[in-house]
Write a protein of this length. Structure first.
Lengths: 238, 106
């Protein structure tokens, strides 16, 4: 039985000045599923994620969270209902240590798996450090730990693997997979295509201002246009 | 919505500092104005009109919003379910109480 999507951005359009970045793009987050939102640079993947998260107001289209459409979607409201946005940068405040960040996001009265997150993501030695003292990879691990400890119902992760060593990327994707196993709906963007195709349950392709649902990665790899216009020979043959 | 104590404490400290700065600025402007029109600046003349109180609180809130942006804390606050505008007014709680008391006494 397929469960209803928790987050639906439907027929979304967005233009900056005269340039339409998105014309009719859609995004769905399905509980227990990791979806990869792929596309070339500048096609509007991050814009679509920000619209779905309520950070950017679309020029057309609707966003529904938990079955409810809203006239104005705002991240802080969606966050109270279980959405977490992992942006491509600037989630951590320089004013607080990693330990304090983890305490902030933990919800009172619910087991949040903080110890597990610290151990899995090797954050133990970094707990009392502040973000500016960390490398970009360490910051990224800490940000994913925040998302994990928050126990969101839906996670939108914009380029979580950027600037990461392959081993760290593998680790983070493992965490995201384990979050989906707990019922979280996860959408990930990025250009680390082989890793994302290996981890994802479903592929959405963003191109020419719209999106295509390509299905599971093995089906995406057999989509002729996706292969020709996005994957290129290197990944197609890998 | 639960606001972590450590975060609340930080917000209150920042909010109170912003309020103190704005209050001092308002007092300086009002006493300069009083001098310019040939009056003697008194505590009453730099304290409590409703317009001054609203101006001080609004300016402090804007300062705090700019500070959140400068510190890149907007997304963290939003992910915690706290709108930055709400956070800035929460941070100004002590200033709001002080303004209220000052306004009532003036």
């Amino acid at each position: 039985m397929t469960t209803a999507p928790i987050l639906v951005a439907d027929c979304v359009g967005k233009r900056y000045r005269e340039r339409w970045v998105l014309r009719s793009a859609s995004l769905r987050a399905q509980p227990g599923e990791l979806r990869a939102l792929l596309g070339r640079n500048g096609v509007g993947k991050s814009t679509l994620m920000k619209i779905a998260a309520g950070l950017v107001i679309p020029d057309s289209g609707t966003v529904r969270f938990d079955g409810r459409a809203r006239e104005t979607t705002r991240l802080h409201r969606l966050a109270r209902e279980g959405l977490f946005l992992l942006p491509d940068h600037d989630l951590l405040s320089a004013a607080f240590s990693i330990r304090e960040h983890l305490h902030f996001v933990g919800r009172a009265g619910t087991p949040n798996g903080m110890d597990e997150a610290i151990e899995t993501l090797s954050l133990g030695p970094l707990l009392d450090a502040r973000p500016p003292e960390l490398s970009s990879g360490e910051r990224r691990r800490a940000e994913v730990a925040l998302a994990w400890v928050r126990r969101p119902r839906c996670l939108l992760a914009d380029e979580p693997l950027r600037h990461l060593a392959p081993i760290d990327g593998e680790l983070l994707l493992g965490v995201l997979r384990s979050m989906t196993a707990d019922g979280c709906a996860v959408i990930v963007t990025g250009n680390e295509v082989p890793s994302l195709l290996a981890a994802a349950h479903h592929v959405t392709w963003c191109t020419d201002g719209t999106t295509y649902e390509l299905g599971p990665p093995f089906m995406a790899r057999h989509d002729e246009r996706f292969m020709k216009d996005f994957l290129g020979r290197g990944i197609r043959d890998s | 919505m639960r606001i972590p104590l450590r975060l609340l404490r930080t917000l209150l400290i920042r909010g109170t500092l912003a309020w103190l700065f704005t209050r001092a600025l308002a007092a300086a402007i009002l006493s300069l104005h009083a001098t310019a029109v040939g009056e003697t600046a008194t505590p009453e003349s730099v304290a409590g009109t409703l317009v001054t109180t609203i101006w001080v609180l609004a300016f402090s809130a804007v300062l705090l919003l700019v500070d959140f942006r400068r510190r890149k804390e907007m997304l963290l606050l939003r992910n915690l379910g706290l709108a930055p505008v709400m956070a800035s007014f929460l941070a100004l709680s002590l200033g709001l109480i002080a303004e209220g008391v000052w306004f009532a006494l003036a």
